[in-house]
Ligand binder design. Structure first.
Ligand code: SF4
Length: 414
């Protein structure tokens, strides 16, 4: 127990000694120091530790290096291949060892606060971290695949104007265990243990939930490495997509160190409109962003870059916009696919969705230039699970509370 605490202490000290950095946002994308905090009961959570850290945790708890190596391998299999959270069910670990592990370690899951199912089968979970932060994940089943939309941050700094999450302040980055925890929880809910190479319902992951993943780069990278590990969850990098609003300086690193598919929230083709819709554009402009896409390691015709384009009535949906989109994609010779997303309104949203006719006309221009441009059917609208609608209930409540207070104040004044 002491040694396990030492390990936590050591990691906490490593974190404490890391230079203090601001939470990344409009300022600069900077690496965020990892915070391995011991739980309140002093135990170390094994979920989200890399293979090397898992072994180190066991060694620090005074297991012989050879024993630690063997146990780490067994634990990895039980945690990520079998989905087991209870040490006493790990049948190849001796009966005397199980309580020893139990005293020092735990294997967590995020706490489920609410689970909703849409009429179209989309499922949304409101999750809560140990420190009481709420975030969401969404599972979208299709005939030939099931996609889990995973959050990387609680809230977001980027304030994209069409996005409900963007109206939340950034609370904090999610830890690797909290990101992997979403995948584990979805697998629990879908009954998909042990991990099978074929016939899974959860086949794809998109880092498109709450937050900008490239502003939480290291935690997202470490979490996705666990998700891709062949001895555990074993999801192929070809089935994982990381979506960015255009954090240009981190894109090459994402390609090199994670290697998953790239999606870019483009949403506009002129500086004026993109500055308004995706304010990060004021910092990293369209041309710079498209050059980073052209340089993205591993992008080719078999692994195209997806450009997300939300259809906003009379804002970004003209024929001229469609032609400019085509021109830009061709100029940078991008292996591209364009996802046209009908805008999902939320209360107080400053935009309306383009008409179906307009979306079709836009689509025909892009498609006519030889670029795939499917118009996405909104999923889970009735449970606020559609693209750009994620916002945690606790935040909604606090807003409601604020509105009520504002009304009361006005009534008192008037
Ligand atoms: S679209 Fe993504 S990056 Fe932009 S505000 Fe919403 S969650 Fe943040």
């Amino acid at each position: 127990m002491e040694k396990a605490r030492d390990f936590a202490y050591m990691r906490a000290m490593q974190t404490a000694s890391a230079p203090l950095m601001p939470i990344p946002g409009h300022i600069d994308p900077v690496p965020v120091p990892r915070a391995f905090k011991p739980r309140a009961d002093g135990r170390i959570d094994l979920l989200g530790l890399s293979k090397a850290d898992l072994r180190m945790a066991l060694e620090t708890a005074q297991l012989e290096p050879k024993q630690a190596k063997l146990r780490a391998k067994q634990l990895w299999h039980w945690i990520y291949n079998r989905g087991v959270t209870d040490f006493s069910l790990m049948t190849d670990i001796s009966k005397s060892m199980q309580p020893w592990l139990e005293q020092r370690f735990t294997i967590s899951r995020p706490q489920v606060i609410e689970a909703q199912v849409s009429t179209d089968g989309t499922r949304k979970w409101l999750l809560r971290s140990d420190d009481g932060q709420d975030y969401e994940m969404v599972f979208i089943p299709d005939a030939d695949r099931g996609t889990l939309c995973v959050s990387s941050q609680v809230g977001c700094t980027l304030n994209c104007r069409f996005c409900h999450t963007g109206t939340m302040r950034l609370v904090r980055n999610l830890e690797p265990g909290e990101i992997v925890g979403q995948v584990m929880l979805a697998r629990d809910a879908l009954g998909e243990w042990p991990s099978q190479p074929e016939g899974r319902m959860l086949t794809n992951i998109v880092m498109m939930g709450m937050g900008e993943p490239l502003y939480n780069f290291e935690n997202v990278r470490d979490a996705l490495k666990i998700v891709m590990d062949g001895d555990g969850l074993a999801l192929s990098k070809r089935r994982i997509t990381l979506s960015t609003s255009g954090v240009v300086p981190m894109m090459a690193r994402a390609g090199e160190e994670i290697g998953v598919n790239l999606a870019v929230s483009l949403h506009a083709v002129t500086k004026e409109v993109r500055d308004e819709i995706v304010p990060l554009n004021r910092k990293f402009g369209i041309e710079e962003l498209l050059q980073a896409c052209a340089d993205y390691p591993g992008a080719n015709n078999a692994r195209r870059i997806t450009f997300e384009y939300v259809m906003l009535r009379d804002k970004n949906d003209s024929d001229a916009d469609a032609r400019e989109l085509v021109r830009l994609i061709k100029k940078y010779k991008l292996p591209a696919k364009v996802n046209l997303i009908p805008f999902n309104p939320w209360p107080g949203a400053p935009y309306e969705c383009s008409t179906p006719e307009r979306i079709r006309a836009f689509q025909e221009i892009v498609f006519g230039a030889g670029i795939s441009a499917p118009a996405r059917t909104p999923r889970g609208r009735d449970i606020d699970a559609a693209c750009g609608q994620l916002k945690t209930a606790s935040e909604k409540k606090s807003r409601a509370e604020l509105d009520r207070l504002a009304e009361e104040k006005q009534a008192a004044l008037g």
